[in-house]
Write a protein that binds this ligand. Structure first.
Ligand SMILES: CC(=O)SCCNC(=O)CCNC(=O)[C@H](O)C(C)(C)COP(=O)(O)OP(=O)(O)OC[C@H]1O[C@@H](n2cnc3c(N)ncnc32)[C@H](O)[C@@H]1OP(=O)(O)O
Ligand SMILES: N[C@@H](CCO)C(=O)O
Length: 379
């Protein structure tokens, strides 16, 4: 199976800050001290930008991706990107994030596998980090993004937007660095990971660790691209079920068999084939160890840690805030976003109507676009 760890080449033509299309890499000037203990001696963040930063750096918008997303928010597939941008409809001239007006910045998260430092990248001893990659938190990821903002000369974001894991980071920006965030759109996220969210992730992590090619996370230099791809596929199957609503799965697939197959004769249900497809797609483009590191970061999400609890942390937010979720989301139920909106001073709440469940924040671009437009209009 061909796989893309997506990291920048450790040697050769690549240099920090070298533009590759619109994608660039930023090397943090100092080691990153981590919340859970430990230090990452060298951190690179891959990021993409659209539009131009204005003279007083007041038009910058930060867009933060979900668990298996990346910096490629907009634009076609190609140049290292397996798919078109995941919010392509939202970014560009005349779109909600109008690039004639806004300077849009999207980093690949710390610990990720699409260009930023993560388990698949090379450690100081010249070998992949693999299973030695330290535990990171949502707060660590944001600290790395703070250094990126500093390097770009952005003292204050006009807006920070994100969904799911990206929403957790947007929230952490707003609560941890209130003086640097003018407006925030928090989509399909929560203040503190719930027991059920942790449980779903635990099952996914266990699926990866049960793969015989996991090897404690030390598989990146195995020959022929071997690795725990089957385990990652099982993790994606579990996750993908939670990303969609039961009603949608019922309506789309019901008890249908996959074309030409019969479950009694070794064949598959259509919904089974659909999950196989998503598992296979992810295993081809994502690194299993990154998945584990990032899923654990999501499970550890607690905006109130060390801040006197979630309510106290949310009261620190000064950004003009909109909180929204998807009405059919069973993973991050709407009630979590309602609670966030109630606890954040003057926050507005909105429900996105969609049959698609959690993935609705990626799919319902028109409704998300209206939320973005409304947020930026109040600038
Ligand atoms: C999209 C990327 O991979 S870019 C990287 C960044 N990505 C992200 O941040 C999000 C990751 N992606 C996702 O979460 C999801 O793929 C979404 C939300 C984008 C997809 O949403 P939707 O557009 O509703 O797609 P849906 O879940 O219906 O899946 C469609 C795919 O299932 C396939 N499919 C549908 N039915 C079946 C079936 N019975 N058997 C096999 N495959 C099936 C379709 O052929 C289609 O394949 P394709 O995506 O390779 O073209
Ligand atoms: N489908 C999204 C959902 C996670 O929130 C992803 O893969 O990142």
């Amino acid at each position: 199976m061909t796989r893309t760890h997506g990291s920048p080449p450790a040697t050769g033509a690549w240099r920090a800050g070298n533009p590759v299309g619109r994608r660039r890499w930023f090397r943090l000037p100092d080691p990153l001290v981590l919340e859970a203990g430990g230090v990452l001696p060298q951190v690179d963040l891959a990021y993409e930008t659209w539009g131009e930063l204005d003279a007083d750096a007041s038009n910058a918008v930060l867009v933060l991706h979900a668990l298996t997303g990346d910096s490629h928010v907009a634009g076609p597939a190609g140049a290292g990107h397996p798919s078109p941008g995941w919010w392509d409809a939202l970014v560009g001239p005349g779109r909600a994030l109008d690039t004639d007006r806004w300077f849009v910045v999207a980093p690949n998260v710390l610990g990720g596998c699409q260009g930023s430092t993560g388990p698949a990248t090379t450690a100081p001893d010249g070998r992949p980090w693999g299973g030695r990659f330290p535990a990171i938190t949502v707060r660590d990821a944001v600290e790395a993004e703070v250094r990126l903002a500093d390097s770009l000369g952005i003292r204050r974001w006009a807006a920070v937007l994100g969904g799911s894991f990206g929403g957790m980071r947007a929230l952490e920006w707003a609560a941890g660095h209130p003086e640097r965030v003018s407006a925030a759109l928090l989509l399909s996220c929560c203040a503190v990971a719930s027991a059920e969210q942790i449980a779903w992730s635990a099952a996914q992590i266990q699926a990866i660790r049960s793969d015989p090619d996991w090897l404690g996370g030390h598989y990146h230099d195995l020959p022929d691209g071997r690795g725990p791809h089957a385990g990652l596929g099982v993790a994606r199957r579990i996750a993908h079920i939670t990303y969609r609503s039961p009603q949608e799965l019922e309506q789309r697939f019901g008890t249908e068999h996959q074309d030409g197959e019969h479950p009694w004769r070794g064949g598959r249900y259509a919904v089974e084939s659909y999950l196989d497809h998503h598992a296979d797609k992810l295993a081809r483009r994502f690194d299993a160890a990154s998945y584990v590191v990032l899923a654990q970061a999501m499970s550890g999400h607690d905006v109130g840690r060390g801040r006197g609890g979630a309510r106290a942390a949310l009261r620190r937010i000064t950004a003009r805030t909109r909180v929204a979720g998807v009405d059919s989301d069973r993973l991050f139920p709407l009630e979590q976003q309602r609670q966030l909106a109630e606890a954040i001073p003057d926050a507005e709440f909105a429900a996105i109507a969609s049959p698609h469940g959690h993935d609705g924040f990626l799919i319902e671009a028109d409704q998300v676009g209206q939320l973005v437009t409304g947020l930026l209009r109040g600038r």
